[in-house]
Every structure is written in structure tokens, then in C-alpha cells.
Design a protein around this ligand. Structure first.
Ligand code: AHR
Length: 497
């Protein structure tokens, strides 16, 4: 099996916004309690943050973390999570039917985000609440002082404002499961009026309006169109969410699911630009893909969870090798659309559908999906290049003309490095890749990282890292041509300098 591609430094898609390597922490399951925060843990620092977890998050180099939800935000009173801990109320958390102790809230999360070198992407509650709570929260977070909410923050021990730049106007408001679910007309109006008030408090912020919860929603993509018809001039991004799974155990079809993601992104770009044309606007709305991942392994076990427990193990998907391949493919999809996708958040970061797992009281480790995320975050900074690709193709249950070679290329001008990311979707055969890199004169191959495994279902646990990359990829560069061998069902990172 053979594929060809050209990577040329002049075929530029866009400067990559590093926020596409964002992630997400929701007050859900053990993401916060038993995940990033566990005061009794031997690795906890003086604020109760687990240092072993911080170390793993830092390895992913996550520039922005969405918080505090998710479905949870649609019933959240942010005031419950600030001020003296002993006075914070315990609440019924309706989205996931647990008890929220509010031991950790906005200020502590902002502290934690600093420790992992991340910005906070804050979501406001547009389910049970609205304009008033949102404008108060932004005053609390971003106003320097001398007013009720900014002085309340100072009284709570935070003299300096958090200066949170990126805000989400609610979460998945198109979904009937959402607390305070809204039609597009209802949501569009509320998003506009909330956006106006928030920008009056701080006009340096950027706002993300909700779009469809996935491509299967009956209101996709009209929800986006109607929302933007109302809120176009007041918002900056539209949100996309998508999770995939392989319930039917059809790996060839599973690995092709990024074709659906591609279709999702293209449709939303068209929808934004249609509204732009209708409004004769000069402004362009960009995309915030602020929830994406594999999510299906834990669905059945989550049905067994007793309601009203504190931080139960919810959404604890154990990822296998094929999931890591799809995650790599999803990341490459963002790179190829980096002219419009400016933010993306892997959902989520710790324990809950996450690359990082912990035992409460015990160890922390890397799931399989940790690796492609770490690779693209590390080597996917700079300018995304448009590879010209010629690859053999296959048909699967839901998709036709699926290229065996899935790829993206990034040029880091500062470091004088170019990286080719490549997935071989063929499950039985290796792919001989012939890659023309003649525009990069005098470059050499410095690394060829490979993730491969004979068992697509192999997983990592606290005891074993059965699935992890090696650096023994087979590739040579001669006369401006890279000849690389991409093993069957493999994730590859070929770095040139
Ligand atoms: O990430 C898990 C959940 O998925 C989020 O709370 C919600 O926004 C989405 O449906």
C-alpha cells in the first residue's frame, strides 16, 4: 500500500491558535474531587492540589481549560463556590444527580489553572440563570475593585482580578437534557443580551455562543443559524461538541469518524458565513470546538451509580489503542481547519473521559489518548500547512472514500522545524509514505515517533503502560523526499529540522 504527499512551506493554511490544545474540567465525577483536588492525598500541596496530577497536565501543555461545565453549569450558582469554605452550601447537582460540596470554586480553580500554566475559559449559567448572574460573575472575576462584586473578591483574598478572557454563554442549550433547555430563538435572544451586558463590564473579553451538541441533533445546523442571526455582532465564536464511540466494534468505520467531524466543521463554517452575508457584516465568527473526545465505554456502568453521592466515578472511560488513533485523527482535523477553529477542548482532562486517570488516594497515570494529545500539543505549534495527499481509499459502513492516510503538517518557523502527523487507517497493512519536502532545504529527520499495537483493544492501567509510543519509526530523507513506513493501524509523528 502506497501513499504520496507534498508538504511545502508556502502552502499555508493558517497560524495555529494554541488554544486548540485546550481541555475541560467539569464539576463531575472525580474530575475535581479526587482528581485535581484532594487535600488528604500524600502528593497534595498546601492548597490541596495533587502535584502528581499537575505534573501530568503540564506534560500536555494545555493553554486553556474550560470550567465549571458542561451540563453542570446550567444549574450552578457561582456564589456557592466563593468565600469561606465552611460557609459554602452543599447542593443537589441536578445534571449528574450528585451532591456538590462547593469545596472548590472559581478562585481555587483560577489558582490551579495558574499552576498548570493555563488560562481559564469560564462558562456562565444560561439554564436556570441569566444576564444578572453572568454580569455579576464577570465583575467578580475581572473588575479591579471599588464595586460590590470586585470588592467581594478582594475580601475573599484575591486582590488582583483573574482577568478571564474567554467566556462561554451557557452549555449545549439545544439539548433537551439541559437544565433550562432553550429553543434557538429563546437562546439567541438570551445570548445576545447576556453578551451585551458582559461586554459592558469588560469589553476585552471574547464570547462563545452555543451551537449544536452534535451533528445528530434534529436542530443541527439551524440552531447555529438562528442563534447567530440574533447574536452575531455580540459574540466571537460558535461552539461545537462531538463525541465518538465504537459500540458496534467496527474499527474501520470507527477510524473514519473524523470524516463526520470534517463535515461538521465545514457545515458550521458555511452557516457562520451565510449569516455574515445576510447581515452584510465584516466580522467573521470563528469556531470553538470546546468538547471533543471518545465517549462510550462507561455508558453502561454509569447507569449503576446511586444518585446523590459525592464525586462518584462517573464517565470513567478506559481508553484503548484504537481510541488513541481516533484522537490523533481528531487533532489533525483541527489543524487542517486552523484558519477557523481557534479553540478546541478535549473533554475532559482528569478522570472524566480523560487522558489522565487517578486513584483517589493513590496513583495517577496516562491513558492511551494522552499520547497523541501530548504529541500534537508539543509539535503542532506554528503554521498549519496544507498537505497535498494522494492515498488509496476504502469504504466503511457509514463512509465512502476514506483515505487510508490521514495527515496534517505543521511548520514551526521559530524553531525551524516541520512535523508531519500521520495515521495509517489500514488495519492489516503498512503504508509506504512518499513525502516530498523539497521546500525545506537541508532538513533532516530528527525523530519518527510511532504508536502501534497488535491489539486494538489494549489499554493502560495504573500498573501498566501497555500502549505507549516508541521512537523507532522507519523513515529516511533523501534528496528532499521522505520515505516512511507507517505500520498497520498506527499513529506517527515525523519530525524534521
Ligand atoms: O463532557 C460531558 C458532558 O457532555 C458535558 O457535561 C456536556 O456538555 C456534554 O453533553
Amino acid at each position: 500500500l502506497k501513499a504520496k504527499m507534498i508538504v511545502d512551506k508556502d502552502f499555508r493554511i493558517s497560524e495555529i491558535d494554541e488554544r486548540i490544545y485546550g481541555s475541560f474540567i467539569e464539576h463531575l465525577g472525580r474530575a475535581v474531587y479526587g482528581g485535581l483536588y484532594e487535600p488528604d492525598h500524600p502528593e497534595a500541596d498546601e492548597n490541596g492540589f495533587r502535584k502528581d496530577v499537575i505534573e501530568l497536565v503540564k506534560q500536555l501543555d494545555v493553554p486553556i481549560v474550560r470550567y465549571p461545565g458542561g451540563n453542570m453549569v446550567s444549574g450552578y450558582n457561582w456564589e456557592d463556590g466563593v468565600g469561606p469554605r465552611e460557609q459554602r452550601p452543599r447542593r443537589l447537582e441536578l445534571a449528574w444527580r450528585t451532591i456538590e460540596t462547593n469545596e472548590l470554586g472559581t478562585n481555587e480553580f483560577a489558582d490551579w489553572a495558574k499552576l498548570v500554566n493555563s488560562e481559564v475559559m469560564m462558562a456562565v449559567n444560561l439554564g436556570t440563570r441569566g444576564i444578572d448572574a453572568a454580569r455579576n460573575l464577570i465583575e467578580y472575576c475581572n473588575h479591579p475593585g471599588g464595586t460590590y462584586y470586585s470588592d467581594l473578591r478582594r475580601k475573599h483574598g484575591y486582590e488582583k482580578p483573574h482577568n478571564i478572557k474567554t467566556w462561554c454563554l451557557g452549555n449545549e442549550m439545544d439539548g433537551p437534557w439541559q437544565i433550562g433547555h432553550k429553543t434557538a430563538e429563546e437562546y439567541g435572544r438570551l445570548a445576545l443580551e447576556t453578551a451585551k451586558a458582559m461586554k459592558l463590564v469588560d469589553n476585552s473579553i471574547e464570547l462563545v455562543a452555543c451551537g449544536s451538541s452534535n451533528t445528530g441533533m434534529p436542530t443541527f445546523p439551524q440552531y447555529e443559524a438562528t442563534t447567530l442571526e440574533h447574536a452575531y455582532e455580540a459574540v466571537d465564536y460558535i461552539s461545537l461538541h462531538q463525541y465518538y464511540g465504537n459500540k458496534s466494534n467496527d474499527p474501520a468505520n470507527y477510524l473514519a469518524k473524523t470524516l463526520d467531524m470534517e463535515h461538521f466543521i465545514k457545515t458550521i463554517i458555511s452557516t457562520c458565513d451565510y449569516v455574515k452575508a445576510k447581515k452584510r457584516s465584516r466580522k467573521t465568527i470563528n469556531l470553538s470546538f470546546d468538547e471533543w473526545n471518545v465517549w462510550y465505554h462507561s455508558h453502561d456502568q454509569d447507569k449503576q451509580i446511586e444518585p446523590w453521592s459525592i464525586a462518584p466515578p462517573q464517565l470513567e472511560d478506559v481508553y484503548n489503542f484504537e481510541d488513541a488513533l481516533l484522537v490523533g485523527s481528531m487533532l489533525m482535523t483541527f489543524l487542517r481547519h486552523s484558519d477557523r477553529v481557534k479553540i478546541a477542548c478535549m473533554a475532559q482532562l482528569i478522570n472524566v473521559i480523560a487522558p489522565i486517570m487517578t486513584e483517589t488516594g493513590g496513583r495517577a497515570w496516562k491513558q492511551t489518548i494522552f499520547y497523541p494529545y501530548a504529541h500534537v500539543s508539543a509539535y503542532g505549534r506554528g503554521v498549519a500547512l496544507q498537505p497535498v495527499v494522494s492515498s488509496p481509499k476504502y469504504d466503511s459502513k457509514d463512509f465512502t472514500d476514506v483515505p487510508y492516510l490521514d495527515t496534517a503538517a505543521v511548520y514551526n518557523e521559530e524553531k525551524q522545524e516541520v512535523t508531519v502527523f500521520a495515521l495509517n487507517r489500514h488495519l492489516q497493512e503498512s503504508l509506504e509514505l512518499h513525502c516530498d519536502v523539497r521546500s525545506f532545504e537541508d532538513y533532516q529527520i530528527v525523530d519518527h515517533i510511532v504508536m502501534e499495537h497488535d491489539d486494538l483493544k489494549a489499554v493502560n492501567t495504573a500498573d501498566s503502560q501497555a500502549v505507549q509510543p516508541h521512537h523507532n519509526g522507519v523513515s529516511v530523507l533523501d534528496d528532499g523526499i521522505v520515505e516512511a513506513k507507517l505500520p498497520k493501524a498506527s499513529w506517527n509523528v515525523i519530525r524534521l529540522r
